[in-house]
Design a protein around this ligand. Structure first.
Ligand SMILES: [Zn+2]
Length: 344
């Protein structure tokens, strides 16, 4: 099916599951984007590290062009910095991200790989920054900081290494936590911890490999291994292997996600019908999301009541750090970002 849209993904050839996931999420986002007419929005850069207000503005500008369940679930915000190493002029720019694509290090754990990814790095010659103060290309460095953290965090471990001289697969075991992956130290804005619920594994070589996945059932808390048509229960310890290639975490310090989208007041009023329990494509068909009307089978969220605007995703119930969305009677539709900032 996907090959109809992208001939790159033809049957029976070796594929990269990360590229497939990125393509699939992009395609779903574009198809489900509720913004049909995208306004032109000028990109802004800052000379000083921007503040929260500027971050909120950048995010609301992004939402004016991009509004989908993919944004609600997967997208975060980062700030990218460029610095001229001659005059120290800096330029900051907000970006969004859908996954962290991490270089992997030998004898390192996941947090060390994240630190490596985020550390400041000198730009290669030929790839350097044009400094507006020096008015020429100068020796420069770049850095990334996370700002807003996504509800579902996808981490790509870059096991496939390509250089001018060789290509190889890095087989190091990267120790990743099952619970409470803490990204608070990496975010300028929020404290967030994540629990693991899925892994895509790649076994074999660069040229000939095989993908399997491990997924956790949120109700039973049991892990299962999916290998083509074979499914078997596995222990939590068996999830941590050197084959791990893509990791899927959900934010565990909120019991619902705030929808970054328009609340349609009329549908809130008019509909009181309860939809049947639906399964989520994100968690696999055996991972039901109870008590919500998150209708992934239709690949959209039905906006029927207030609970729906903050559907519970799996995980233990904990107190919300964030304010809940409360539609006011008689008010026109409003926009909310996940940081509870009123957008419009
Ligand atoms: Zn300069």
């Amino acid at each position: 099916m996907i090959q109809l849209w992208n001939p790159f993904f033809v049957m029976n050839s070796q594929q990269d599951s990360h590229e497939l996931l990125a393509f699939l999420l992009d395609m779903l986002h574009e198809d489900l984007n509720r913004v049909k007419l995208k306004p032109y929005i000028e990109e802004k850069t800052y000379e000083q590290q921007p503040n929260q207000q500027q971050a909120n503005k950048a995010w609301s500008d992004y939402l004016k062009r991009n509004r989908s369940i993919i944004v609600d679930l997967f997208q975060g915000q980062s700030i990218n910095m460029l610095q001229c190493m001659v005059c120290n002029t800096k330029s900051y720019k907000f970006e969004t991200f859908m996954y962290l694509s991490l270089p992997i290090l030998e004898d390192a754990d996941l947090l060390q790989c994240i630190s490596e990814y985020l550390k400041e790095e000198e730009l290669d010659e030929g790839n350097q920054w044009y400094c507006s103060k020096c008015k020429s290309v100068k020796k420069s460095k770049k850095g990334i900081k996370l700002w807003k953290l996504p509800n579902i965090l996808v981490i790509h471990l870059k096991r496939f290494k390509f250089t001018a001289n060789y290509r190889c697969k890095l087989r190091w075991l990267i120790n990743f936590p099952m619970y409470n992956l803490d990204l608070s130290n990496y975010s300028e804005q929020e404290q967030a911890t994540y629990d693991l619920y899925g892994v895509i594994n790649h076994s074999g070589t660069l040229h000939s490999g095989h993908y399997t996945s491990n997924c956790k059932n949120k109700d039973t808390q049991k892990w299962y291994n999916f290998d083509d048509t074979r499914i078997k229960e596995i222990t939590e310890k068996q999830v941590l292997t050197s084959d791990a290639y893509l990791l899927f975490y959900y934010k565990n310090n909120v019991d619902s996600y705030e929808r970054q989208s328009e609340v349609i007041r009329s549908s809130i009023i008019n509909s009181s019908a309860s939809l049947p329990k639906q399964s989520s494509i994100i968690h696999g068909s055996i991972f039901n999301i109870p008590h919500t009307k998150l209708s992934i089978s239709k690949l959209c969220i039905s906006e029927t009541d207030q609970q729906l605007t903050t559907p519970q995703i799996f995980g233990k119930k904990k107190s919300l750090k964030t304010n809940k969305l409360t539609p006011l009677p008689g008010k026109k539709p409003i926009f909310f970002a996940s940081d509870n900032q009123k957008i419009q």
